[in-house]
Design a protein around this ligand. Structure first.
Ligand SMILES: *Cc1c(COP(=O)(O)O)cnc(C)c1O
Length: 425
C-alpha cells in the first residue's frame, strides 16, 4: 500500500498536491512519501515480531534509494543499513544510522573501504571470497581491529527472476560456492583479525514467490548445523533482501511479509541466531513516483510517441530489464477522453530511451503532467547525466509538508571539475 492517491481528480502524495510541487520545483522530479517508507518498514518489522523472532535487524539496502533524506526517514524508524561501498557508508552514517547496525556487502570491497568501515565499527562484513577474507584480515591486523564477518554463500537457487537481478545461481559472480563453504569457514577461523560468526545469502531481487526463499533458507539451516558441528560459533544469519513488489498497477501479488516472516521462523527460528534482513525494493519501490511533463506528442506511421521530459537518465529499469512501470496523468482524465496507444519516450538520443510502451493515454498537450509509479527503488540511484541532463531533484513529502532533498544542479555545477587542458588554453 502506498500514499499516492487521486483527490478530486488530482494526484496527491500524502496531503500534498503533486501539481503544486511541480509548479514550484519544475519537472522532471522524483517524489517520495515518508508515510509509505515508514509503513513498508513497519509492515516487515511487525511481521518479524508477530512471527515470534526475538532478535532481528532490518538493514535497509541503501543502494535501492540512497538519498540521505530517505535513509534518515528509515533510520528514525530504527532501521540499520546494508551498504555496498564507502560512499554508502558515508551516506548511511550521515543519515543517522549507527555503525553497529551497518552491514557491508559487495564482491569488490577495496582495502581503503575495509579500513574506513573497520574504523567506523560496523556490525558485519559480508565476505564473498577467500581472497577478500585474506585482504580483510590483513587490513584488520594492520589497525588492530577485529572484523566480524559473515560468509556470503551461494545456494545455487534459481530465484525465478530476471537474469540481471538474479544473484544466487552458481554461474553468478556473487558469493562462495556452496561446496566450498566449510573450507572457507575453516580458513577464516584460522586468521587473526577475523571473527567468522555469520552466514549470509542473497539470492536475487524482485522475487515474487516464497519457494526459492524456502529452498535457500533450508539449505542455510543445514549449513548452519554442519558449521556448528565443525566447531564454528555461528550467531548471525543474514538472509539478504529480494522480496518483490507489485509493479503492474497492483495486478501482481508478491509474497506477503507475514508469510515470509513465518517461514523464516519455522525454518530458522530455533537456531538461536540473530536474523538480519536486507530489504531494498520492498521498502522503497512503491514509496516514489517520477513526475514528468509532456514536451510534445508525435503521431507516426507505425507508432505514436509521447515525448516527455524524463528519460532513461531518470528511470533506466524499462530499457535495462524490460521493467514495467505504470504511467498515468497527474490530473485524472475522464472516461470520455479518447485514448490511443503511445510509446512514452524521453528526449535522450537512444532508441532504448523509453519509460513505457503502447500505453493507452489520451493525447496530452505540452506541459501536461504524467506520473510514473513505483520508482522509489532503483530509480534515482541508477540515474545518469547522459546527454548532459541535470539530475532530477528528489522531493520528500511528509504529511502536509515537502522538502527538496536533492536539488537539481545548474549547468555550472554540472561542469564543475571538468577542464579544457592547459595545452589548449
Ligand atoms: C541489492 C541487494 C539487496 C536489496 O535487494 P532488494 O531486491 O532491493 O530487496 C540486499 N542485499 C544485497 C547483498 C544486495 O546486493
Amino acid at each position: 500500500m502506498d500514499h499516492f492517491e487521486y483527490r478530486d481528480g488530482d494526484l496527491f502524495a500524502e496531503n500534498v498536491d503533486i501539481s503544486e510541487i511541480a509548479a514550484q520545483v519544475g519537472t522532471p522530479f522524483y517524489c517520495y512519501s515518508s508515510a509509505t517508507l515508514r509503513r513498508h518498514y513497519a509492515v516487515l518489522a511487525d511481521a518479524l515480531a508477530q512471527a515470534g523472532l526475538p532478535d532481528t535487524l532490518i538493514c535497509y539496502s541503501v543502494k535501492a534509494n540512497s538519498n540521505i533524506g530517505v535513509v534518515a526517514t528509515l533510520a528514525a524508524q530504527g532501521a540499520g543499513a546494508d551498504i555496498v561501498s564507502q560512499g554508502e557508508l558515508i551516506r548511511a552514517m550521515k543519515a543517522g544510522i549507527p555503525a553497529e547496525k551497518i552491514v557491508f556487502s559487495g564482491v569488490g570491497k577495496t582495502a581503503p573501504e575495509m579500513r574506513a568501515a573497520l574504523h567506523a565499527g560496523i556490525a558485519q562484513f559480508n565476505v564473498e571470497s577467500l581472497s577478500e577474507i585474506d585482504m580483510l584480515a590483513s587490513v584488520a591486523q594492520d589497525i588492530g581491529a577485529t572484523a566480524r564477518i559473515a560468509l556470503r554463500v551461494n545456494p545455487d537457487i534459481d530465484a525465478g527472476t530476471h537474469e540481471k537481478i538474479s544473484t544466487g545461481k552458481a554461474e553468478n559472480k556473487f558469493g562462495i560456492a556452496w561446496e566450498d563453504a566449510e573450507a572457507a569457514y575453516a580458513h577464516a577461523a584460522a586468521l587473526d583479525g577475523i571473527e567468522a560468526n555469520g552466514i549470509d545469502i542473497h539470492i536475487g531481487s524482485q522475487i515474487t514467490d516464497l519457494a526459492p526463499f524456502r529452498a535457500a533458507f533450508e539449505k542455510t539451516a543445514e549449513l548452519l548445523d554442519r558449521l556448528r558441528a565443525n566447531g564454528h560459533n555461528i550467531t548471525r544469519l543474514d538472509l539478504g533482501g529480494g522480496l518483490g513488489v507489485p509493479y503492474e498497477n497492483n495486478n501482481e501479488t508478491p509474497p506477503d511479509p507475514v508469510a515470509y516472516a513465518q517461514m523464516i521462523e519455522q525454518i530458522l527460528g530455533d537456531k538461536g541466531c540473530q536474523i538480519i534482513l536486507e530489504p531494498g525494493r520492498l521498502i522503497a519501490a512503491n514509496a516514489g513516483v517520477l513526475v514528468t511533463s509532456v514536451i510534445r506528442s508525435k503521431r507516426g506511421q507505425a507508432k505514436n510517441f509521447m515525448i516527455v521530459d524524463a528519460a532513461m537518465t531518470e528511470l533506466l529499469r524499462p530499457t535495462l530489464y524490460g521493467a514495467y512501470h505504470h504511467i498515468a496523468p497527474v490530473i485524472e482524465t475522464t472516461t470520455s477522453d479518447q485514448t490511443i496507444d503511445w510509446d512514452v519516450v524521453g528526449p535522450v538520443c537512444e532508441s532504448g530511451d523509453f519509460l513505457g510502451l503502447s500505453r493507452p493515454l489520451p493525447d496530452m498537450p505540452s506541459g501536461a503532467l504524467l506520473a510514473v509509479f513505483s520508482v522509489g527503488a532503483y530509480g534515482a540511484v541508477l540515474g545518469s547525466s547522459y546527454n548532459t541532463r541535470p539530475a532530477a531533484p528528489e522531493v520528500l513529502v511528509d504529511g502536509e509538508r515537502f522538502e527538496i532533498v536533492r536539488q537539481r544542479p545548474d549547468y555550472e555545477a554540472m561542469l564543475d571539475g571538468e577542464t579544457v587542458p592547459d595545452w589548449l588554453s
